[in-house]
Design a binder for this molecule. Structure first.
Ligand code: GLN
Length: 485
């Protein structure tokens, strides 16, 4: 048999079902990998060793007694540290919450535990999920397992690095403007952002509530699909949760005969030669499967960065108002009056990027500027939604690169605006609430992974996953970085 960490999550679970591996053996093996590799990578903010081992023992007993086992039985799962596991820390990568223990389970966490997943750790992130490189974590940065000099992407960089180095086989992320798809692409793993509302946000610390979605990182599309089967479920605790039945994700390596993919060539005109060549290769793969490729007009997406950084900061500024030094987390010890508690706690608790975004968001919402910025951005958001609606009259899914380059080196962006501009291919899906998936599509000239992105109409999660699966099976770019094989 292959080494345990070379198995996909589904293969590992099936080996456990067949009695070839015990759950304790699986938990010990992944906890050991974390111990060996994570000091260099920095993917985890906390490990849940005793919890995982206790659950593993229960699973082994259940199996010994032929009791029913869940769909995610014995699969090692890492949780981004902005999602609650009751009784464990939820730091959000922030000093503000460094001692904050979650009072309840996030719905996604609860659903996976119910299906017998082994929760093995909480992953590092940009503070409050604000960033594209993980350099904004208040604790330590994450290094990319493909090259430790490079960033893993952000904000869910701990989750993508954990799966890339096979310290976990599934990890959760939250995607507000690309934080699942971009790090997945930078780390050579699959990242799935569901239709807005498909996965409950209950127990996810909010960043931009109209944009946030929880989704999985996995080594394979099938593993991501399995996770979606479990977490894609209506939840009464989230008012934006879609009231739809849970869906199965049947996957086939073949495409339906008339599957059509739209490419917004004009919008993509400034691609670097390397990204263009890689993307064109992905299009050839789809053609070889019988796909029809059509050109679509998504020129209005050029405004998406501006729109996103107005709306996301506006929403963040109201969401983060709850961190006042009284209700959650840190309270400054230097403060004497109520006013000082608010001021000092925020000053001490929040990092630079978070403060900047709160100020920007407050500014665009302030009386004199609301019409000029916030309301205008909402209008352009509607134009972006309309442009996608038109595009989906011509095609079943849109194909685009995920990023403008492979993973960059730590410290490469001194100008934050330049870093924001890198999100151009990921933020549109959040603005329009669309499902999107990043699938490994090869490597750049430095040997860093690249990804291709498929975007579908709202609620078409199942067919989108199917396209990505067909692409993955025909292209086979998924690898484990040499050092972690
Ligand atoms: N990089 C984007 C930002 O900094 C997206 C973050 C996210 O999706 N959480 O806001």
């Amino acid at each position: 048999m292959k080494p345990i960490h070379h198995l996909s999550a589904i293969e590992l679970r099936d080996a456990f079902f067949r009695g070839e591996l015990s759950a304790v053996q699986i938990a010990e093996s992944f906890l050991a990998r974390m111990k060996i590799h994570d000091p260099k990578i920095g993917a985890f903010l906390s490990t849940l060793g005793p919890r995982a081992l206790m659950k593993a023992e229960i699973l082994d007993k259940k199996r010994a007694h032929n009791q029913p086992l869940g769909k995610m039985a014995a699969i090692p799962v890492a949780i981004k540290d902005n999602m609650h596991i009751a009784g464990e820390l939820t730091t959000c990568g922030s000093n503000f919450l460094k001692n904050y223990k979650a009072p309840f389970n996030a719905t996604a966490v609860h659903l996976m535990e119910e299906e017998d997943a082994l929760l093995i750790g909480k992953t590092n992130l940009d503070e409050f999920a604000m960033g594209s490189s993980n350099e904004n974590s208040a604790f330590f940065p994450v290094n990319n397992p493909w090259d430790l000099k490079c960033v893993p992407g952000g904000s869910s960089g701990g989750s993508s690095a954990a799966v890339a180095a096979r310290m976990a086989l599934i990890a959760t992320g939250s995607d507000t403007g690309g934080s699942i798809r971009q790090p997945a692409s930078f780390c050579g793993v699959v990242g799935y952002k569901p239709t807005y509302g498909r996965v409950s946000r209950y127990g996810l610390v909010s960043f931009g509530s109209s944009l946030d979605q929880i989704g999985p990182f996995a080594a394979t599309v099938a593993d991501a699909a399995l996770t979606m089967e479990v977490i894609g479920r209506h939840c009464e605790h989230d008012a934006t949760s879609l009231d739809l039945p849970q869906e199965a994700y049947p996957l086939s390596p073949k495409l339906e005969t008339d599957a059509t993919f739209g490419v917004p060539w004009h919008f993509l005109e400034n691609l670097s030669p390397e990204i263009r060549a890689n993307f064109e290769h992905s299009i050839e793969v789809m053609k070889s499967l019988g796909a029809k490729i059509v050109e679509i007009d998504l020129d209005v997406l050029k405004y998406s960065i501006a729109v996103y950084y107005i709306l996301a900061t506006a929403e963040a500024s109201t969401n983060l108002a709850r961190f006042d030094g009284i209700r959650y987390g840190l309270r400054s010890q230097n403060a004497k009056t109520l006013e000082e508690i608010y001021e000092q706690s925020r000053k001490e608790g929040f990092g630079r990027e978070v403060k900047k975004r709160i100020m920007l968001g407050t500014y665009v919402l302030s009386a004199g500027y609301q019409d000029a910025f916030y309301k205008k951005a909402q209008k352009v958001r509607t134009l972006i939604i309309d442009a996608f609606d038109n595009a989906f009259n011509k095609c079943d899914a849109v194909m685009m690169p995920v990023t403008t380059s492979g993973a960059f080196e730590h410290g490469a962006f001194q100008d934050p605006l330049q870093m924001y501009l890198q999100d151009i291919f990921t933020v549109p899906a959040n603005l329009a609430g669309l499902p999107g998936i990043s699938v490994p599509s090869g490597f750049d000239s430095r040997g860093m992974p690249l990804g291709v992105q498929f975007l579908g109409p709202q609620m078409c999660d199942v067919s989108l996953m199917q396209y990505a699966y067909a692409y993955e099976q025909a292209s086979k770019h998924t690898r484990i970085p040499r050092h972690y094989e």
